[in-house]
Design a protein around this ligand. Structure first.
Ligand code: PMP
Length: 280
């Protein structure tokens, strides 16, 4: 149905309590990218909030195919949102649960080449979110406030630090290049396990780019040669200023360009593979 006609009841627990989870799945050439991985993360988020998955992976794949076919653009992104549904307002789960499922697909705008070339500005802030950042929860108020800090400073992302250690961005994962080595914070309860994060680490491993997954200190972030942000929407993007200071020489670095090229090639081959191996 047209987006503006879609409605949810005001007592929906997603609206009243932010009691739900979501996914964002990029679609290239009308094919969902890393579909299995997104559905696996969705299942983990649902398990974490004790909500039964309303569909099997095959059913989800069918729904996405319908949605993508009915929307414009070769490249789109699917937004998927599941809440614990409408119920009398009470924090505790209702006895009878009728989850609300919402899906939409919107044209995907990739980063314009001029932004890719200059990189983007970021600011830092204390990570004041809860301790289950691994759940892709719809209750995003802390992320909203943290990303707005970046926008208020004319920047694109807020890089989050907890107790002097890098966690992630307000809406992205963050990588640091130090002495020619790509450093990534480990996946734990303090960060969202990004699908793009996994792609970057896989590409680094497969192409002999030195990589370490370990705690990254604030001083390593501030003295980095390169900083990258990654997300399904932004792919891999260089952060070239942090708190108004240049990162390295203030331009996207050598390893960034290498990773950008690998990522674009990977996307093209992944699309060819997904034609051959549909979810069944
Ligand atoms: N961390 C946070 C907090 C996010 O909101 C996102 C997605 N916007 C990511 C990381 C990146 O995840 P993905 O690569 O799966 O988009």
């Amino acid at each position: 149905m047209p987006l503006e006609e879609a409605q949810v009841p005001v007592l929906d627990r997603g609206f009243i309590l932010g009691d739900g989870v979501y996914e964002v799945i990029p679609v290239y050439s009308r094919k969902p990218f890393r579909l299995r991985e997104h559905l696996k993360r969705l299942q983990k988020s649902l398990d974490s909030i004790c909500l039964i998955n309303p569909h099997s992976d095959v059913q989800w794949a069918g729904l996405f195919a319908q949605l993508v076919a009915q929307n414009q653009g070769e490249d789109q992104y699917i937004y998927l949102h599941i809440t614990r549904g409408p119920a009398k307002r009470d924090h505790a789960f209702p006895k009878q649960i009728h989850p609300t499922v919402f899906l939409m697909s919107t044209p995907l705008e990739t980063t314009p080449p001029e932004i890719l070339k200059t990189g983007v500005a970021a600011v830092t802030a204390q990570d004041n979110r809860w301790l289950r950042c691994d759940i892709k929860a719809t209750s995003l108020l802390p992320n909203v406030l943290l990303r707005q800090m970046a926008v208020d400073c004319g920047a694109v992302e807020t890089v989050l630090l907890r107790d002097g250690i890098l966690t992630e961005g307000a809406a992205s994962n963050i990588f640091v290049v130090k002495n020619g080595v790509v450093l990534a914070p480990p996946k734990n309860h303090l960060i969202l396990p990004g699908i793009t994060y996994d792609v970057v680490l896989e590409l680094a491993a497969n192409h002999s780019i030195p990589c370490e997954v370990r705690a990254v200190s604030e001083s390593e972030v501030r003295t980095a040669q390169e900083l990258w942000m990654t997300s399904s929407g932004k792919e891999v993007l260089a952060i070239t200023t942090l708190d108004n200071q240049p990162v390295g020489d203030g331009k996207p670095g050598k390893l960034f360009w290498r990773m950008h090229e690998l990522y674009q090639n990977y996307k093209a081959t992944a699309m060819r593979r997904s034609e051959a191996q549909p979810i069944q």
